[in-house]
Design a protein around this ligand. Sequence first.
Ligand SMILES: Nc1ncnc2c1ncn2[C@@H]1O[C@H](COP(=O)(O)OP(=O)(O)OP(=O)(O)O)[C@@H](O)[C@H]1O
Length: 234
Amino acid sequence: MLEIKNLTVGYIAEPVLRDLSVTFDDGDVVAVLGPNGCGKTTLLKAIVGLIPVRDGKVELDGADVTGGRTEKLAREGLVVSPEGRRLFGGLTVMENLRAGRFTGRAGPSIDDVLDIFPRLKERLDFKASAMSGGEQQMLAVARALVGGPRVLMLDEPSLGLAPKMVHQLFEVFRTLANDGRTIIIAEQNVIEATRVARTCHILTGGTFRFTGPSLTADDQATVQRTYSDLLALN
Ligand SMILES: Nc1ncnc2c1ncn2[C@@H]1O[C@H](COP(=O)(O)OP(=O)(O)OP(=O)(O)O)[C@@H](O)[C@H]1O
């Protein structure tokens, strides 16, 4: 279980996140929804120690991991697949996947992951930088998966993907959660995110303004309507 307690984070005087608290349960698929610049990336970065926490705590199974080293947290199972992919552009697909195993954690094998993304199987010797944006997105997720994450956080995974691919990728997230992983999807694509998530949080003004289930079509409509209403207010 990943718990965020009274988190305050910022870059300059004015914080981006203020006194934000949330619990991410094992095996849940969670959407963190919000408009450009609301702080979704900031939240994920703060969880994995990429930016300093001003106040509050990050706890993994009750242990305080606030401000931990990103690499060490990945070995403990907290992994972010960042927006903009951040792959090793000069390395091949296979080399990128091998690099993802640095965590030493048990998880899907490279072959397992290639079965999920057959497109990558056909491009194992391609340099990451020579692939399309969508293919790079798949590789970023695949590389995170071979690290055996317990909590996999994805920053805008739909970015640059064709709608059909977004749909397929989000179905993969649902499957991954079935074996106990927590999947946290930071997204602006509210329609796809609400379809796959079980819990949705809406982030505006530095904190979560709405939290709700996303299990039925009615729930999903409620989240989507609330999201539009909150955006209209800001
Ligand atoms: N390195 C930085 N230095 C100063 N301010 C920053 C920095 N990174 C982000 N910010 C600011 O923090 C706020 C939150 O940014 P963040 O990237 O977390 O938003 P986001 O919700 O992920 O947005 P998007 O959906 O556009 O990626 C924005 O106002 C942004 O300008």
